[in-house]
Design a protein around this ligand. Sequence first.
Ligand SMILES: C[S@@+](CC[C@H](N)C(=O)[O-])C[C@H]1O[C@@H](n2cnc3c(N)ncnc32)[C@H](O)[C@@H]1O
Length: 245
Amino acid sequence: MNYHDLLNILELILLAAVFVFLFRFVFMNYASKVRKPLAWTQAVRRGKLSRELIKAERKYTDKIRFYNLWLQTERLRKDGIEGSFAELGVYKGETARLMHLCAPEKILHLFDTFEGFPATDLKDESGKAAAYTTQHFADTGLEKVKRYLGEHPEIIYHQGHFPESAKGMDNEKFALVSLDADLHKPTKAGLEFFYPRLSPGGVILIHDYNADWPELMKAVDTFCNSIPESLVPVPDADSTVMIVK
Ligand SMILES: C[S@@+](CC[C@H](N)C(=O)[O-])C[C@H]1O[C@@H](n2cnc3c(N)ncnc32)[C@H](O)[C@@H]1O
């Protein structure tokens, strides 16, 4: 075997190693499939779900987040848990739409500036949020979100800075709340406002409870030290946690 043959063999081995590495990378990151919960498959088969909800499930990339939300709404319905739904941090309305499709009969309160982060909330942030400006999530608008979600008397919009935008809602009861505001201040304010108004059995879903958002985690941890419930982790892509009262 001469020097060139040896080089060719080495080249082949290297190519094979790169191929195996790439195949594993693509397979493990993009080809892994989440099996559908049996409850979902049966509900589809029995014609219990709307066409829009089934279509939304097909398109939504974080399947675990989707199934968790749907299963929670099913549980609340089955157990007759009273109260409205709400989301703090709506942006263009993607999650809000899922919440409405899962439970169209529920009043859904939507809280956002609908023009990006308020400057006062951006102070003292760290992690990914330290790089946020008032321009982030500003490419939306109340009218745009209304068009996206369609005309539904059950959907009520509260435009402005939270918690001031929740003024006059002291006597409201909630069954399901999605907190998705990314930052410390609105997350803290959201927990302080919604938790006392959450019905027994109701649930608060807090998105992005992970090391990329340390100030959000601090707000959640500090609040949870003052309540009897434990945080329930959800294995979705961005580490949602739940408080079930
Ligand atoms: C990550 S986005 C929400 C994503 C959204 N849930 C979705 O489904 O695409 C965060 C949103 O929180 C809003 N937000 C953050 N702090 C707020 C506050 N104090 N008052 C009102 N809205 C706030 C921002 O305007 C932004 O639209």
